[in-house]
Design a protein around this ligand. Structure first.
Ligand SMILES: CC(C)(COP(=O)(O)OP(=O)(O)OC[C@H]1O[C@@H](n2cnc3c(N)ncnc32)[C@H](O)[C@@H]1OP(=O)(O)O)[C@@H](O)C(=O)NCCC(=O)NCCS
Ligand SMILES: CC(=O)OP(=O)(O)O
Length: 325
């Protein structure tokens, strides 16, 4: 079954509530209206109701099934500011808390934190840093994860599907962090019916180049093996050795992952962010994400280059993350 048909089946009728802080953006409104009409989620758009109605009217969207809340005037404001102040535990004053929760990304994140929403999707207008910082500060990492990272499902056609990470968050992870990203990405891959074979990517394969950047990946591979000995995982591998069986035979003949990898771990964010965009724009892969891994509750960031379909799909994934323990 198609990945999204299967995810839609899982969330259908569960009335999972997803909040969209960028409620006046036409792509967001269009996706929210479709999701509500399809009975997939209960969407909340954040923003000024008149502005949302104006954009919806111009585009012919019927927002009657969508909840609208305005962080500037919301009746829940004082309670939320107090909860934010408590959660930040000395890192924000009461006055700052009062202002901060008027920011739609903070307001949306607080709705998730307080259990008023089951997930948040933002980032079509805001940068990744502005989208994810509230989640890092408020929702925080799961007890079994030390870092949050951002993964993409890369899909072409019905059957070709890979997971890339980290393409969004950690700028220059050290070996320990990279190892944890690799192990966490294998868990995420399973959510999308990918049987993970994890490659830690480099510009070197099995010692073909010497550099501190390569040493980092070699060390990360060693740590990842210790963290998850049962996992099919290998490094350091160049992308061709990881992906192409004939090249794997030449460059890494003893590796069970080389030539078969389907989870690709990039050594830093320069490589990861550039890499996913090249596959998306040159390779015609659909890039769905970044899906934040390691958070206590689901929050997803969009690329500002996202279209309505990307918003629709990422909202489905965000909702489905609630159903996976
Ligand atoms: C994600 C990012 C915004 C966080 O950095 P920052 O804003 O400087 O955040 P800070 O270092 O001030 O940390 C803020 C909080 O987040 C936490 N945090 C930061 N990075 C984290 C991570 N990867 N995992 C878990 N928590 C993290 C910090 O511990 C801190 O928590 P606290 O305030 O409760 O003590 C930053 O790493 C970044 O800009 N990454 C690149 C994003 C980007 O541009 N991507 C490309 C496009 S997708
Ligand atoms: C994920 C990502 O690269 O986001 P943006 O394109 O918005 O910077």
């Amino acid at each position: 079954m198609d990945l999204f048909d299967s995810l839609k089946q899982k969330i259908s009728g569960k009335n999972l509530r997803i909040v969209f802080p960028e409620g006046t953006d036409a792509r967001i409104i269009g996706a929210a209206v479709r999701l509500a009409a399809d009975g997939l989620i209960a969407p909340t758009l954040l923003g000024n109701a008149e502005e949302i109605a104006k954009v919806a009217g111009e585009k012919g969207f019927d927002v009657s099934k969508v909840t609208i809340r305005d962080p500037q005037t919301d009746a829940f404001h004082a309670e939320m500011a107090k909860a934010f102040f408590d959660r930040r535990n000395g890192k924000a004053t009461e006055e700052q808390a009062d202002q901060i929760v008027r920011d739609p990304n903070y307001f949306g994140t607080m709705l998730v934190f307080l259990g008023e929403a089951d997930g948040m999707v933002s980032g079509a207008v805001h940068s990744t840093a502005d989208t994810v910082r509230p989640a890092l500060q408020i929702i925080k990492t799961r007890p079994d994860a030390s870092r949050i990272s951002g993964a993409f499902i890369m899909q072409r056609g019905r059957d070709e599907r890979y997971l890339f990470a980290d393409n969004a968050i950690n700028i220059d992870p050290n070996s320990q962090e990279l190892a944890e990203i690799a192990v966490e990405s294998a868990k995420t891959a399973k959510l999308f019916d990918i049987d993970p074979k994890v490659a830690l990517l480099s510009f070197s394969t099995k010692g073909s180049a010497k550099a501190p950047q390569v040493d980092k990946v070699v060390e990360a591979t060693k740590i990842a093996h210790e963290l998850a000995p049962e996992l099919a995982l290998d490094g350091e591998l160049q992308f061709d050795a990881a992906f192409v069986p004939t090249v794997a035979k030449l460059k890494a003949p003893d590796s069970e992952v080389a030539g078969n990898a389907n989870v690709f771990i990039f050594p830093d964010l320069q490589a990861g962010n550039i890499g996913y965009k090249i596959a998306q724009r040159f390779g015609n892969f659909e890039a769905i994400g970044p899906i934040l891994q390691g958070l206590n509750k689901p929050v997803s960031d969009l690329s500002r280059g996202a279209n309505e379909e990307d918003v629709y799909k990422l909202a489905i994934i965000t909702a489905a993350q609630n159903l996976i323990a």
